[in-house]
Design a protein. Structure first.
Ligand SMILES: [Zn+2]
Length: 164
């Protein structure tokens, strides 16, 4: 079963979640006892959410655990925050085209930007390799990483990760 259809703010990658709003989350609880007989709640490491309100949480619980009325959940409000944009980040129209390695330098194993010293991020991309003269099914693809500086260069894809 896919969880993504359970609530309006999907967990699907790249789908937007409202910024700086209070949302509902939940964790499944299970009770344990320590050596002295004290009960404690052992929580799953998975946090479900965000959900819009109590009703969407209840709907999700009913869908995910339809016959588990004994099960208990810790439901809580959580504020979703984005990291503030870096003060070094240039306005979009002043950003240059990414990928010129002459604008980067390597410090230990990390590529850095010569202008702002930020870690260079990599956008994973799949390039199609087409060999002239070959028929279609001889085409193949290779995965590469397109580097960019998050402050000085345009991000052509939002799933960046540091490149080493
Ligand atoms: Zn930079």
């Amino acid at each position: 079963m896919s969880y993504t259809h359970l609530h309006p703010y999907g967990l699907r990658r790249g789908k937007g979640v409202p910024k700086e709003v209070l949302m509902k989350f939940f964790i499944r609880l299970s009770y344990r006892y320590d050596n002295h007989g004290n009960q404690y709640s052992h929580m799953d490491s998975v946090v479900y959410g965000p959900y819009e309100d109590d009703k969407t949480v209840e709907d999700a619980l009913a869908l995910l655990w339809p016959n588990d009325k004994e099960k208990q959940f810790l439901v809580f409000d959580g504020q979703i925050l984005n990291v503030k944009p870096s003060s070094k980040e240039k306005p979009e129209e002043k950003k240059r085209t990414p990928g010129n390695m002459e604008n980067y330098y390597k410090e230990r194993d990390i590529w850095k930007c010569k202008d702002c010293n930020a870690d260079i991020l990599g956008t994973p991309v799949t390039h199609l390799i087409w060999i002239p003269g070959m028929i279609d099914n001889n085409r193949s693809s290779k995965n590469e990483t397109d580097p960019y500086c998050p402050n000085c260069e345009k991000n052509l894809n939002s799933h960046g990760a540091p490149i080493i």
